[in-house]
Design a protein around this ligand. Sequence first.
Ligand code: GDP
Ligand code: MG
Length: 442
Amino acid sequence: MTVYRERVLLVGTISPQRFPSRDGLLTYGRDSTHVSQKDRDEDEPLAELEQLAITAGAIVIDKITQKKQKPDVAYYIGSGKVAELKEFADENDIDAVIFDNDLSPGQIRNLEDEIKTKVIDRTELILDIFATHARSLQAKLQVELAQLEYTLPRLKHMWTHLSKIEGGVGIGQRGPGEKQLEMDRRIARDRITKLKREIGEINKHHQRTTENRSGYFNIAILGYTNAGKSALMNALTGTNCLVENKLFSTLDTKTQLWNPVNHYKALLSDTVGFIRNLPHHLVASFNATLQEVIEADLLLHIVDIFQPGIGQRLQAVDKVLEELGCSQKPRLLVFNKIDKIDPLELQIVGKEFPDSVFISAKEKKGLDKLADRIVEFIAKNETLSTFSVSAGDGKFLSYLEELGNITSKTYRDGMVRIKIRLSPHAKAKVTGYLEANKKKDK
Ligand code: GDP
Ligand code: MG
């Protein structure tokens, strides 16, 4: 069976505001004499959009950029450029024009009218990819919610579109259209309410399961999409996370137990990849999927050292972490794919980021050093844990008192909920104790 792959044209505008990365590079202390990385960055302003389009299954025919200070209200790009796009689309059988920016419903309508091809904006493209990659029920519901919330204000646009195809312009434009639109909106709103409720239920359940494993030191592997997070997880734990040269192959978090060195245990979670300008609806709706990040004791921030625009990607991750309220969390910066660059380049990045670790997940290089650094964190980071135990379990209660400092105790329905500060080692002991007792009960 052959699957038809859409032929797409990518469009972006370049302005100082759209590409803060160049300042970002400086902010991150990238050596200005080190031109190769910077060049890669500036040569490919649409590199990320291209990756996204390929991930969505499209064939990228060409990329067009326009230097523009302020977006055009009607078309986003200038009207001369629109005419150019139309000509190109006609000549090259383009199925869709994809913009690197978010467009207003009006801009999409105007562009489609002029170019006579489907026009897709950045958020729509990302939502589309998320929809095809969501595997768990939780991820699927979250994507559907994000899609509906994004389309609701655009339903008018969708309907006008449809009425034109069905009834032609001019005939019965208003009456049935408005009624239909009202109905569509109501259906969409009802569905949104239902989705929010279902997601809320799942989150509650999720919270309970994460509480149960709170005795462990939790490490969240995060970073820009395609950085090699899943590859690292596999290299460290010998498990089988999906490793793909695509964006967003991991939409659902996977968690694995890992022994960095003897007597130390940690839970490693592989998370969804971050991306520059992640639509804010998505950050909100993926909150639960990113719960591992929010609850982690340590964030392993993985960066692809070979890909252009390191500064840009570091900023993208910073921004999302800020939105998640996690910017203060302990973080270890890990540069991956060192097998792909030459030693000189490695040295330069090493000087710029002296506190980071350099690895190759693929060739299993630098993993021991990484483990040592992580153990340092585990050893020095005392964390707050929560346990729920039966109020009658005096033995366990005194065991806890012995190991750490209890900060609060709340009694409810015969259970005590205890918040306690424990060293990771003590935490591991408590977890071991609980596990042993669970086995005894069986
Ligand atoms: P994720 O999206 O961050 O989980 O990235 P993946 O683990 O799926 O890896 C993305 C791509 O990078 C895959 O094609 C991997 O084979 C490749 N990759 C991962 N780590 C390395 C590495 O250390 N060196 C090289 N050369 N490629 C790597
Ligand atoms: Mg992955």
